[in-house]
Design a binder for this molecule. Structure first.
Ligand SMILES: [Zn+2]
Length: 460
């Protein structure tokens, strides 16, 4: 990628201070991402595969975590069923909070669902989450969120008693949320991070739907959601342990008729806010050595499947799904059994804990980068008053930004190819025709942290 090549060249020659000067001068020189933030790089080294293994084993130890399984006090005390899993997750978050002097707010979002499809009787569903409040009075309203679902199932989605280990689906994603909370709670960020674990996924995304609606109704400024579901790196022969898939919706499910018209007319099919989040992860994957590379998949989800990111998309939030490269369907939604010498069931022995740790590092690096960065510029417009071959972009200043970067790519390219630091301004004109490329703008702080990119809307 041109952008990466340019970055490497410039980073070699330009120390941070010099890049800041270039930014202030508004020089029309291509400036790309700075080197990794050493604070974030150090945090990634704290992510522990052993911790993740212990947490996945603990979750499997509850027997079943089916949303309809036991959650009475006796079952919780005996350590079986979803109620016991819920209380244990809560206790983990509380322990992390204790270790950081009470820096986390540990909360539950509890509601009654059903009777409904896959929920025969009214059932209490509880999401458990921890909030690491942002330290900046303005930026704290901005929230980035990581989630996984802690419920599990076997072959029968109504079997409340039978074992449903769910080691990969989705104790792995739950372990990612927990480990990100443990590691990142030792740091402070201007913006807020939420570490979420939801239930009800296997019954119909019930937990995430409730949480996303709560966030929408309360006007939370949720900037990006990372849903980790099946990130265990199943040890099948055809697995590629070097990549993790990142799914993102194209035309947003929440697009208005006016949005859709613009998308059809101007070629915006590949520039949903969720896709900008996916591109951001790809960039983070190049900046930090997480041990796993994101593989962007430009579709909402896999065939015949769904996930919690969709609940957030439905409420208009930018959300993506991370999933291992190759799934083994003998190890998902299956009763634990052996048939013709084949072992079925979502067992811990199929999980690659180092891989889960790599995925956790990629999540932590992305969360930390976004929570450190200024908010994305608002009201990004592309001026279309007259027919002309130059391109003029305008935007609102973003608190904390010292410069803005205009990026662009060919309409046929998946990722940003060119970047120009235009300095501390809210208007830029480039000698590139808007008819031929796709533009976006991001905000950059003094340390080089970048916001999400925002694709402009036309302004007459
Ligand atoms: Zn799942």
């Amino acid at each position: 990628m041109l952008r990466t090549a340019l970055r490497l060249n410039l980073c070699k020659f330009l120390p941070l201070a010099a890049m800041a000067i270039v930014a202030q001068l508004g020089a029309s020189q291509t400036v790309d991402k700075t080197a990794a933030d050493p604070r974030i790089a150090a945090a990634l080294r704290e992510v522990s595969a052993q911790r993740i293994q212990a947490n996945i084993d603990k979750l499997v130890g509850f027997g079943t975590r089916l949303t309809l399984s036991a959650q009475d006090l006796a079952s919780i005390a005996s350590g079986s069923g979803i109620g016991a899993a819920r209380e244990w997750i809560k206790s983990q978050f509380e322990q992390y909070s204790k270790d950081c002097g009470g820096c986390l707010e540990v909360k539950t979002d509890s509601f009654t669902e059903g009777p409904a499809d896959r929920i025969p009787n009214a059932t209490q569903i509880t999401n458990v989450y921890a909030v690491l409040k942002g330290t900046d009075p303005v930026q704290t309203k901005r929230i980035v969120l990581v989630t996984g679902h802690y419920d599990s199932r076997n072959s029968d989605t109504l079997d409340v008693k039978g074992d449903a280990p769910g080691a990969n689906d989705d104790a792995s994603g739950t372990a990612v949320s927990l480990e990100c909370a443990r590691v990142l709670s030792k740091m402070k960020f201007p913006a807020t991070i939420i570490f979420l674990t939801v239930a009800g996924e296997e019954q119909g995304l019930n937990g995430s739907k409730h949480f996303a609606k709560m966030a929408k109704d309360a006007s939370w400024q949720l900037e990006a959601i990372f849903n980790n579901d099946i990130v265990g790196g199943d040890k099948s022969a055809e697995q590629d342990h070097s990549v993790v898939r990142v799914f993102s919706e194209g035309v947003p499910v929440a697009a208005t008729e006016q949005d859709s018209r613009r998308i059809r007319g101007l070629g915006g099919e590949s520039d949903s806010a969720s896709r900008e989040v996916a591109r951001y992860i790809a960039d983070v994957g190049r900046t930090y050595d997480a041990g796993v590379k994101p593989m962007l998949i430009f579709r909402l989800d896999r065939y015949l499947r769904g996930g919690d990111h969709f609940s957030f998309n439905q409420q208009g939030f930018a959300a993506v799904r991370l999933t291992e490269y190759r799934e083994d369907f003998h190890h998902q939604h299956q009763n634990v059994r052996t048939e013709n010498g084949v072992q079925f069931g979502d067992l811990p022995k199929f999980v690659d804990y180092d891989y889960v740790a790599h995925v956790a590092r990629l999540n932590a690096a992305t969360l930390a980068s976004l929570a450190s960065a200024p908010g994305p510029p608002a009201n990004v417009h592309i001026v279309t008053k007259e027919l002309e071959n130059d391109t003029t972009l305008t935007w609102d200043a973003s608190p904390g930004a010292v410069a803005y970067e205009v990026v662009w790519r060919a309409t046929t390219s998946p990722e940003w190819e060119h970047a120009e630091n235009v300095g501390n301004t809210t208007r830029a004109t480039l000698k590139v025709s808007k008819d031929n490329v796709i533009f976006a703008v991001s905000a950059v702080d003094a340390a080089g942290h970048r916001s999400l990119t925002v694709v402009p809307v036309p302004e007459r």
